[in-house]
Design a protein around this ligand. Structure first.
Ligand SMILES: Nc1ncnc2c1ncn2[C@@H]1O[C@H](COP(=O)(O)OP(=O)(O)OP(=O)(O)O)[C@@H](O)[C@H]1O
Length: 302
């Protein structure tokens, strides 16, 4: 694997609060890496440090060969950043917003670059529309276009689709995959599991620590969990009853099916075989969400 960002034992504190702890992580070049974890777990702080936007307190790291401690000025032009609070000028059109930003950033051939991005992001029919009149999904698309006006090598997207409807989210992810196909490295934080599954690579953080990293498949496999799907009557009551059993670690009802997950296949299977014959039991795949819930259980202060 070709890595463009490498971090070794990176730490960061804000006053007395230690928010990133001994972070060691490699980011694959030209891929989409998703950062997941509860609020305040250090995702944004980590992404900002790995791109030279924030100086770590200790550790080692490089971004496209530049040292993230000593060569941050060299890294900055390589980075595009779409923050949670990224705002467009509401009283300017899509084209005017992009052109204005291009001028502010001294981008050569600004007009041509804006026209290129408008075509690239399918924004032609909105180019003269005021951004105040755009839906959330299209706004995010314009913000993304704005963040790559200077043709960066890596983009950092901080929860870019929060509050955006599912169709618009899907369209936004199509654009991300197109950018990645063209070689762009993408770092994106999200709370949505369906988006996590669209990433090539994942990093799961909690309380400032990296709990798991790799593809969705390797993370799921590394947790060694077993899941059974149970169908039948009064699943809510059954869920409460099963929750008391030793081999059962997690339960969730989804679309009329109760999913029961545990660490030990044999004992979980044995426990479920005791259920009345009205219940149909079938082994199924463990999801990323099950795996993350398991990881969280391990680190939650009891
Ligand atoms: N500039 C700062 N000064 C002080 N504390 C900060 C600063 N930036 C972040 N923090 C704190 O560091 C912790 C980690 O924040 P961070 O934004 O990295 O988490 P996150 O995982 O991205 O959270 P979220 O999902 O809510 O965006 C939080 O407790 C936050 O309040």
């Amino acid at each position: 694997m070709d890595y463009c960002i490498r971090l070794e034992k990176i730490n960061k504190s804000f006053k007395t609060k230690h928010v990133v702890k001994d972070l060691t992580l490699d980011i694959p070049r030209g891929k989409i890496t998703g950062f997941l974890g509860p609020n305040g777990s250090g995702k944004t702080t980590s992404m900002r440090m790995m791109c030279g936007l924030l100086r770590p307190d200790s550790g080692n790291g490089s971004c496209f060969g530049y040292d993230i401690f000593r060569q941050r000025e060299k890294i900055k032009p390589l980075i595009g950043y779409m923050t949670q609070s990224f705002t467009l000028w509401e009283n300017l059109s899509v084209k005017e917003n992009l052109y204005f930003l291009a001028k502010l950033r001294n981008i050569p051939n600004a007009r041509r670059q804006v026209a290129r991005l408008i075509a690239r992001f399918n924004l032609q029919r909105f180019d003269n529309v005021l951004t105040a009149h755009l839906s959330g999904g299209w706004r995010q698309r314009v913000s993304l276009a704005a963040s790559i006006l200077h043709s960066p090598k890596v983009i950092l997207l901080d929860e870019p689709t929060a509050g955006v409807d599912p169709y618009a989210r899907r369209e936004f992810w199509k654009v991300l995959h197109e950018l990645s196909n063209d070689g762009m490295t993408i770092l994106v934080s999200t709370h949505y599991m369906d988006e996590a599954e669209r990433c090539h690579h994942l990093a799961w953080m909690s309380y400032g620590r990296l709990l798991a990293a790799g593809t969705a498949e390797t993370i799921i496999r590394s947790q060694g969990l077993t899941t059974f799907a149970v169908r039948g009557p009064t699943l809510t009551d059954l869920e409460c009853a099963l929750g008391e059993l030793e081999p059962v670690e997690q339960t969730v009802i989804f679309s009329g099916t109760l999913y029961v997950t545990g660490k030990d296949y044999q004992s979980l299977h044995r426990a479920l075989q005791q259920l009345p014959s009205a219940y149909a039991i079938e082994k199924t795949s463990t999801t990323l969400e099950d795996s993350f819930a398991h990881l969280m259980k391990k680190v939650m202060p009891s």
